[in-house]
Design a protein around this ligand. Structure first.
Ligand SMILES: Cc1cc2nc3c(=O)[nH]c(=O)nc-3n(C[C@H](O)[C@H](O)[C@H](O)COP(=O)(O)O)c2cc1C
Length: 411
């Protein structure tokens, strides 16, 4: 069936701030691992062009660091003026395919190493992050103002590079979320203590972002609905944060959850393929360390279709502005359900890693994507570029065994 004339909500255009998308689908920021020395590559361009040609309303280049200390992988983009021409090639291609282009901007705080970040990792507080693992240094007040300005600079660079929107990463235990969460923020100054104080750094960043965005760029913010572990932010505080983001002028909120340095699979659900993850890791000490303790540190959180919907509905009730649903959107029925529940857009990660043209296929009558959520793409991201295992022709035996086991465990 060819549904070129499908007029359902899914295929109607809508705006994010000043930017009109041709339909309600967005490729979520899912790390491609395709940069080289923190610069974009042809491979990164080709992947996003395939997604744009595959029918999405907008595609998002995953996490790009706003400065050097924001980088957690060499294969990530460092958003800076020097790479504007290469990014232009990507955004031009996306626009030629009829889609809009967004880029996620953020700072990883304590989730990096000196060798990648160019300095001792910085964080809300001095301490040790077991998950990297690394020591980190608490940021001084004057540095916070500089970082906030760098968020604004990143928006201007994104505009120069032809992006229509930016997505500020304020969730998943990245730096803004490290300030929001009582687990990582034990500061005694005006940036710590009450939730209002913990929101101060986010407020400073958003003020710079909105100033730089002016009236021609769309601003999305990815924010947590829960941190996903005891001692982290829970839903009521996260609703307060979301209301504040609306007040600060964000055009749309992407509702997610989880904390990479504490509850990583709360973000994506399912099992982390530890063998796969360590197979691709380059540093030997990390490879064997994680192989020994990984399964205790990264608990499985069962996957189910639309796993964030119940929480997201509470946000829908509490908020007035545009909301983007993300998390386990894999079928036409599910996507329609999300849109008819009052969400304005649906983001998809794994469905579009598995099938970059999933949106066109939905239009043609496909009911469900072919992703089996064994999370090979997630394990692989720790040392190689993003690929779905279904597109690999050279899967090593040990990894195949792990994939089969995870599939078996799910049954
Ligand atoms: C391989 C991979 C990499 C990801 N990288 C990022 C990232 O850089 N930034 C981010 O906010 N979320 C990241 N995510 C989370 C996704 O954007 C999305 O929130 C999550 O996968 C749930 O959507 P899905 O069920 O459609 O995959 C990543 C997910 C995957 C699978």
């Amino acid at each position: 069936m060819n549904n070129e004339k499908d007029t359902s909500l899914l295929f109607t255009p809508a705006n994010i701030g000043p930017v009109m998308l041709r339909n309600r689908t967005i490729r979520s920021a899912a790390f491609e691992g395709m940069g080289r020395n923190n610069n974009p590559t042809d491979e990164l361009r080709d992947y996003h062009l395939s997604v744009a040609r595959g029918g999405v309303g907008m595609t998002t280049l995953a996490y790009a660091g706003i400065c050097e200390s924001a980088l957690s992988f060499k294969t990530q983009i460092w958003l800076r003026p020097e790479i504007v021409p290469q990014l232009r090639e990507i955004t031009d291609g996306i626009h030629d395919a009829g889609a809009k282009a967004s880029i996620q901007i953020g700072h990883c705080g304590n989730m990096t190493h000196r060798s990648t970040a160019g300095c001792l990792p910085v964080a809300a507080c001095t301490g040790f992050n077991l998950y990297s693992p690394t020591f980190c240094r608490g940021l001084r007040k004057y540095e916070l103002q500089t970082l906030a300005r760098q968020f604004g600079d990143a928006v201007n660079t994104a505009r120069d590079a032809g992006f229509d929107c930016v997505e500020v990463h304020a969730g998943h235990g990245y730096l803004i979320s490290q300030f929001l969460s009582p687990y990582t923020n034990r500061r005694r100054d005006e940036f710590g203590g009450s939730l209002d104080n913990r929101m101060r750094f986010m407020r400073m960043c958003m003020e710079e972002v909105m100033k730089a965005a002016g009236n021609d760029m769309g601003v999305l913010v990815k924010t947590n609905m829960r941190d996903g572990f005891k001692g982290g932010l829970e839903i009521d505080d996260c609703i307060t944060v979301a209301k504040e983001l609306e007040q600060l002028g964000a055009h749309a909120l992407v509702l997610s959850g989880g904390f990479v340095s504490k509850a990583p699979m709360y973000v994506m659900r399912g099992q982390m393929p530890i063998y796969t993850m360590t197979y691709y890791m380059k540093q030997l000490w990390l490879k064997y360390g994680v192989r020994m303790v990984g399964k205790y540190m990264i608990p499985t959180v069962p996957f189910k279709e639309l796993y964030f919907l119940d929480d997201a509905l509470r946000f829908r009730e509490a908020l007035k502005g545009q909301l983007v649903y993300v998390g386990g959107a894999v079928s036409r029925e599910g996507i329609d359900k999300v849109l008819s529940s009052g969400f304005d857009f649906v983001q998809m990660g794994r469905a579009l890693i598995n099938e970059p043209d999933f949106v066109n296929r939905l239009r043609e009558g496909e009911e469900r994507c072919d992703c089996d959520h064994v999370n090979y793409c997630i394990g692989r991201m720790y040392g190689d570029k993003m690929v779905c295992h279904k597109h690999c022709t050279d899967i090593p035996k040990g990894i195949q065994k792990e994939i089969d086991k995870i599939k078996g465990d799910k049954r």
